[in-house]
Design a protein around this ligand. Structure first.
Ligand code: SIN
Length: 298
């Protein structure tokens, strides 16, 4: 067993990812088991999230930066307690659409027998069209189907690593235009999508806590690679999206139970909510924590 502490946890540019296999372990009192050797961990059940002290919350944020996805089971909490916890992770995005029924920090994710589709049923990174797109997302489910409804996650650092040096170098010269889509309209409260600005972000970004480089284009929000022609941009984006979708070695998949909480770090992770459980119900609450304007450090 290796501990994250022995792998330079917390050092500013101490990436633990490249070329290392990390098993289960313990950091700052947080026990965890790996879902795959390098991507995704599941916390032990001995400590409810609501009982974590500030140092442990810091360790949780670092663990998500290092391992992309952190799963915590059996987390009984009210929506208000989840919203309060989200403030301990940073500045949560707020939405005007809850109209007092839910805290403004939470986005309701739900499907039932009337649903024809669900939010998040496609590979994406949350709200990447924001100037400062989300870092962590925190999703808690309270109603889950008997089977199905898993969320799939892809490690965009390993996708980047899998490319040839020539392609890695080329991608690091490029920027992509991210446009707000329906999901963001819902979050922002704007009436029309064209009221909302689009933004340009680097195609490869560096994680501010680890220095890890990750591909940062996603099918949910990206309209075009700025420096390329339309057909070149489409060809390159399709190549990258195929890598995300087919690269099962860089993915993990979370099976939900009532009161499962999953944190993912949108800077280095894309996710896809499977919609294979209709007409059963699934309901959860997502807190989305503001990140920083993406940058690429050499
Ligand atoms: C999302 O945040 O995109 C939803 C994820 C899910 O429902 O599993």
């Amino acid at each position: 067993m290796r501990t994250l502490d022995s792998l330079t946890l917390g050092s500013k540019w101490g990436s633990t990812l490249a070329g290392k296999k990390i098993g289960g372990g313990e950091t700052q009192g947080l026990q965890y088991n790996s879902i795959t050797p390098r991507f995704g961990v599941e916390l032990g059940v001995d400590k409810p999230l609501l009982a974590l002290d500030d140092e442990e919350v810091g360790a949780l944020v670092q663990l998500a930066a290092e391992r992309g996805v952190v799963v915590a089971r059996d987390q009984d909490m009210t929506p208000q307690q989840q919203a309060d916890f989200a403030h301990r992770l940073g500045s949560p995005l707020t939405t005007p659409v809850n109209k007092g029924k839910l805290p403004e920090e939470l986005l309701l994710i739900q499907a039932n027998e009337k649903s024809k589709g669900v939010a998040g049923n496609g590979w994406h990174s949350d709200v990447s069209s924001a100037v400062k797109p989300p870092g962590l997302s925190m999703l808690r489910m309270d109603i889950v189907p008997d089977a199905g409804g898993d969320t799939l996650f892809a490690d965009m650092r390993q996708v980047f690593e899998s490319l040839s040096p020539a392609m890695q170098n080329f991608l690091q010269t490029l920027h992509a235009r991210h446009e707000p889509r329906g999901h963001y309209l819902y979050l922002s409260g704007a009436k029309r999508l064209d009221e909302l600005p689009s933004v340009e972000h680097p195609v490869v970004r560096s994680h501010p806590l680890t220095g890890d480089k990750a591909i940062y284009v996603n099918d949910g929000f990206v309209a075009k690679i700025v420096e390329l022609s339309g057909s070149e941009s489409r060809a390159l984006l399709n190549m990258l999206y195929d890598l995300v979708a087919y690269a099962v070695n860089f993915q993990c998949r979370v099976r939900w139970q009532p009161n499962t909480v999953v944190f993912w770090d949108n800077r280095v992770v894309q996710h896809h909510a499977a919609f294979d459980y209709w007409p059963e119900r699934r309901r959860g609450y997502r807190a989305t924590i503001e990140g920083e304007a993406p940058i690429l450090l050499q």
